[in-house]
Design a binder for this molecule. Structure first.
Ligand code: PEP
Ligand code: MN
Length: 485
């Protein structure tokens, strides 16, 4: 696929020609923005479809369908992220690297929600603060790839780019525009089941939780984790005894927001709507005021490969009201970092931008301090959420060519990140993890003691290696321990 804008891709042309309901772009002090203004910019990782008629049909269908999430929910999350930026709450974000349409299934959804809920309880205990929960779920279907093709059985084959673009089986590798609409329905079904499960008591803390610590063989760790569980259980029992739970309903339900990488802009544009702002405490917006909301998810992020300051993705993201994540890493210059903040958040809204840092365990100490100083010595001081993604800088291949990550590297990047923030006087507001509720064997290490030889036992990811349920929970215990210390 071309990454120049001299030639617009088929889908981009279809997107540019869509009639989007809303005000005409205003030209004024700033360059005018519209949901399709990104189509005039250079784009990375773009989708080049064979059949533009089919793309237009899919996009027109998407434009008619109702929002998946609403402005009231998006704004509620923004209020929570404001608290995170101000150091009053902590953010847990996690889920699959590539979410398949097949994961839209009762057990896979439930096990991930339960895991995120348990992790968040441990983190509440550790941080002594409310936890904001965002799932990488119900829409994480588009993947940036380092190469558009790969060699399979000696043949050059299009890479798998996520279920919204193509399928993993070799015969499904050509891009299929019908998948744009399939993505909407899988996203809506997944979120429907999340909402239904939570409102039916899946997250009801009156029920005992299964902490499954049996695999922890190290007696010191076993004792430490068990003490944490005891402490959490005691607190819950106390609340029940004094009736605090029935008064507030706080133990019966939780808020869980959805997120994905905003990579396929044709899809994001089609779900971006000009909607009435809900009334909110920290804003002067009147209820009659309208803004552009990307209603495909509550939170969207820009990936490490698509955050070019003059590129299509940053152009799209600067116009939407949603909270936005930006991945930053070893290739992010301080100049670009500041330019990205000024483009995406010119009014310096607190909590609008989450900087998702991912350097790798061996680089974080050298690179993070300069990024922190760049932001905290600017007009953005104390207004961003600093979030650590200890996964993406720590991917490596075994001697057999299996993509994996070592638990100790993940933990080490997290620990280094925490201590750098402490030294710099900034607040580490959250973590961003790739995890699953299933007993997969994709990352090595952790208390189960998974080695490289064990990776083949249950290696099921179609993209990056994820923490399994035990590893994810263990990481939550370790983070909690550090936060408390
Ligand atoms: C991801 O989060 O799955 C991803 C591709 O990350 P990054 O953009 O940081 O490489
Ligand atoms: Mn990934």
């Amino acid at each position: 696929p071309s990454s120049s804008h001299a030639q617009l891709s088929t889908a981009t042309k279809a997107a540019a020609s869509l009639k989007t309901k809303g005000p005409k772009p205003q030209s004024g002090e700033f360059e005018s923005w519209s949901p399709s203004s990104w189509t005039t910019k250079p784009i990375k990782q773009d989708a080049v479809y064979e059949d533009s008629k089919k793309v237009e049909k899919s996009l027109a269908k998407l434009e008619r369908l109702p929002p998946i999430v609403t402005p009231a929910e998006i704004v509620a999350l923004k209020e929570h992220l404001r608290d995170v930026a101000l150091g009053k709450a902590f953010l847990l974000q996690g889920g699959d690297c590539a979410e398949l349409f097949d994961y839209c299934e009762e057990n896979a959804i439930e096990s991930k929600i339960k895991l995120l809920l348990q992790m968040s309880l441990v983190l509440i205990w550790g941080a002594n603060k409310p936890i904001v929960r965002i799932a990488r779920m119900a829409g994480q279907y588009a993947k940036p790839r380092s190469s558009p093709t790969e060699i399979v059985d000696g043949k050059e084959t299009p890479s798998f780019r996520g279920d919204i673009l193509n399928g993993f089986p070799l015969e499904e590798r050509p891009l299929d525009p019908a998948r744009l609409v399939d993505a909407y329905f899988h996203s809506a079904s997944t979120l429907n089941y999340i909402r239904a499960s939570i409102s039916s008591g899946l997250a009801d803390l009156h029920r005992p939780l299964d902490w499954g610590l049996g695999h922890v063989r190290d007696p010191d760790l076993q004792r430490k984790y068990s003490k944490t569980v005891e402490s959490i259980t005691d607190s819950l029992n106390f609340m029940r005894t004094v009736g605090a739970d029935t008064a507030s309903k706080a133990l019966e339900t939780v808020e869980l927001y959805t997120s994905h990488e905003g990579l396929l802009l044709e899809y994001e544009q089609s779900l971006t709507r000009f909607l009435r702002d809900p009334a909110r405490a920290s804003s002067t917006a009147t209820p009659e005021h309208r803004s552009w909301y990307d209603t495909s998810a509550h939170f969207l992020w820009v990936g490490d490969r698509t955050r070019q300051i003059d590129g299509a993705h940053i152009e799209f993201f600067r116009g939407i009201e949603n909270p936005i994540g930006v991945k930053i890493g070893p290739t992010t210059s301080s100049t670009d970092l500041l330019a990205i903040l000024r483009t995406l958040n010119p009014s310096v809204e607190i909590g609008k931008i989450t900087l998702i840092t991912r350097y790798g365990a061996s680089k974080v100490r050298t690179l993070l301090p300069e990024h922190i100083r760049t932001v905290e010595d600017s007009e953005y001081a104390r207004s961003v959420v600093w979030q650590c993604d200890p996964m993406h800088g720590n991917t490596r291949s075994t001697s057999n060519g299996v993509k994996t990550r070592q638990f100790s590297d993940i933990l080490s990047e997290l620990q280094e990140t925490m201590s750098v923030h402490k030294e710099q006087g900034s607040y580490l507001g959250g973590v961003h993890l790739e995890l699953t509720g299933e007993a997969v064997t994709e990352c090595t290490g952790g208390s189960e003691g998974l080695g490289e030889d064990d990776l083949s036992l249950n290696y099921t990811t179609y993209c990056d290696p994820r923490l399994n349920e035990k590893q994810a929970l263990e990481l939550a215990f370790l983070i909690a321990g550090h936060l408390r210390a």
